[in-house]
Write a protein that binds this ligand. Structure first.
Ligand code: PLP
Length: 390
C-alpha cells in the first residue's frame, strides 16, 4: 500500500469507528463491567487495547496508536501530553542512576535542558556529540552507555545524521537508539528500517497540523515496546481523547499538506539563496547542508521548516524586518498551516560539542500554506526594511 493510502485508512478499524468515518471521542476515567468475566478479560488485556481504565486509553487513543504504527512502523505507540514529555519519558524508561547517555549536540533546546538539569540530578551523565560524527561515535561509548539519542535534521542548524551507521555501532554495545523524528513526521523517514529502536514525534507539529493541540508520541520496536509502555504508564502518562481526535483528524491530510509545505519552502529557499543579504540557506535538500547525502539516501521528502544565515545585521535591522511582516508571524513552534519567522539569538550557547560559526544572524522560517508569491513578497519587503536600518 502506498503511503497516501495508509494515511487515509490507518487506524480506521470498525472496532474503533463503530461504522462511521472517524472514531468517536471516548472520554473516560472509569470503565464499567457487567460481569466478573468481563472485568477479568479487561484486566488481563489492559495493555492490549482493551478498555480497562481511562489512563490506559480508550477507543480514540487505540485508533490513533494503530494509525501511528501503520505509518511509522514499530510494535506499539505510547502517547504523551507533549513532544517534550515523549522525549523525557522515553529516556527515563531506559536509564538509571550511574548510566551514561549520548546526546546529539544539535538537539531541541528543552531536550538539552532535560539532560543538563533533570538527568544530571538523577545521576545520569550526558555526553554531547557532533551530529556529523559518524563512525567516530565509537570513541564516545562507555561501559555504562545506555542510550544514543539522535535528532535529524538538527534543531535550527539542520545537520542530517547518518542514522544507520550510528545505530549499527550503538547496537554492537546493546545501546538503545532513540530518534526525535519530528521534522520528517511519520511519512518522510522510516525510523525502524534505519535501525532506530524508539522514534519520537512532537505530534504538536505536522501531525496535528493546525497549531491547536500539544501531543507527543513514541513508537518502539518489538524489543523495546513493553519496557517503554509499562514505564510510561508507571509515570502516569496519558492524553486527552479530544486532543487525540484532533491529532487523528490532522493526520488524514498530512500527505497533501507536507507536499505543499515542501514545494513552497523549496521555492522560498531558492529565492533566499539568490538574495545578497543571505550568506547561505540551511535546508537538507540543498547540497550545501551538512549531511545532505544522508537526506538524499534516507528521506522521501522535506517540509516547510528550514533556516538561513544572513551575512550581516544588527538588532535594529532585524527588528525592522520582523516587526513589519504581514504573513510571517513570530512564534516558537512550527508545523501548522501558517508561516512563521524567528531570529535565533545565541545558537552558539546551544552547542558544546561543536562550534557554531556564522557570518551573521540565523533566521528560521516555517513556510505555511499561504500563496508562495505572497510569502516571497512579504520577505522582499522585510529585506527592504532591514537594509534601510543598516
Ligand atoms: C516542538 C518540538 C519538540 C517538543 O514538542 P512539544 O509538543 O512542544 O513539547 C520536540 N522536538 C522537536 C524537534 C520539536 O520541534
Amino acid at each position: 500500500m502506498k503511503k497516501d493510502t495508509t494515511i487515509v485508512s490507518a487506524g480506521r478499524s470498525k472496532k474503533w469507528t463503530k461504522g462511521v468515518v472517524n472514531p468517536p471521542v471516548v472520554r473516560a476515567s472509569t470503565v464499567v463491567f457487567d460481569s466478573v468475566a468481563e472485568m477479568k478479560h479487561a484486566t488481563r488485556n489492559r495493555a492490549n487495547q482493551v478498555m480497562f481504565y481511562g489512563r490506559r486509553g480508550t477507543d480514540t487513543s487505540f485508533a490513533f496508536q494503530d494509525a501511528m504504527v501503520a505509518l511509522e512502523g514499530g510494535a506499539g505507540c505510547a502517547l504523551y501530553p507533549s513532544g517534550t514529555a515523549a522525549i523525557s519519558n522515553a529516556i527515563l524508561s531506559f536509564v538509571k542512576a550511574g548510566d551514561h547517555l549520548l546526546m546529539v549536540d544539535t538537539a531541541y533546546e528543552p531536550t538539552r535542558d532535560f539532560c543538563n538539569k533533570l538527568l544530571k540530578n538523577l545521576g545520569v551523565e550526558t555526553t554531547y556529540y557532533d551530529p556529523m560524527i559518524g563512525e567516530g561515535i565509537q570513541d564516545l561509548i562507555q561501559d555504562n552507555t545506555r542510550v544514543l539519542f539522535l535528532e535529524s535534521p538538527g534543531s535550527l542548524t539542520m545537520e542530517v545524521q547518518d542514522v544507520p551507521t550510528l545505530a549499527q555501532i550503538a547496537h554492537q554495545h546493546d545501546i538503545v537508539v532513540m530518534l526525535d523524528n519530528t521534522w520528517a513526521s511519520p511519512i518522510n523517514f522510516d525510523p525502524f528500517a534505519h535501525g532506530v529502536d524508539i522514534s519520537i514525534q512532537a505530534a504538536t507539529k505536522y501531525i496535528v497540523g493546525h497549531s491547536d493541540v500539544m501531543l507527543g508520541t513514541a513508537t518502539a520496536n518489538e524489543q523495546h515496546w513493553e519496557q517503554l509502555r509499562e514505564n510510561s504508564y508507571l509515570m502516569g502518562q496519558c492524553t486527552s481523547p479530544d486532543d487525540i481526535y484532533n491529532a487523528l483528524r490532522g493526520l488524514r491530510t498530512i500527505g497533501v499538506r507536507m507536499r505543499q509545505h515542501q514545494d513552497s519552502a523549496l521555492k522560498v529557499a531558492r529565492w533566499l539563496e539568490q538574495r545578497e543579504e543571505v550568506d547561505h540557506v540551511r535546508h537538507p535538500a540543498f547540497t550545501s547542508c551538512p549531511g545532505h547525502a544522508f537526506f538524499e539516501r534516507d528521506f522521501t521528502g522535506s517540509n516547510g521548516l528550514f533556516s538561513f544565515v544572513l551575512n550581516r545585521g544588527n538588532q535594529a535591522a532585524l527588528t525592522a524586518l520582523l516587526d513589519g511582516m504581514e504573513h510571517f508571524k513570530m512564534g516558537y513552534s512550527w508545523g501548522g498551516y501558517e508561516s512563521l519567522i524567528l531570529a535565533v539569538n545565541g545558537v552558539k550557547s546551544l552547542r558544546t560539542a561543536t562550534e557554531w560559526q556564522a557570518a551573521g544572524p540565523l533566521m528560521r522560517v516555517h513556510i505555511g500554506l499561504e500563496d508562495v508569491d505572497d510569502l516571497i513578497a512579504d520577505l522582499e519587503q522585510g529585506f527592504a526594511r532591514f537594509n534601510s536600518c543598516l
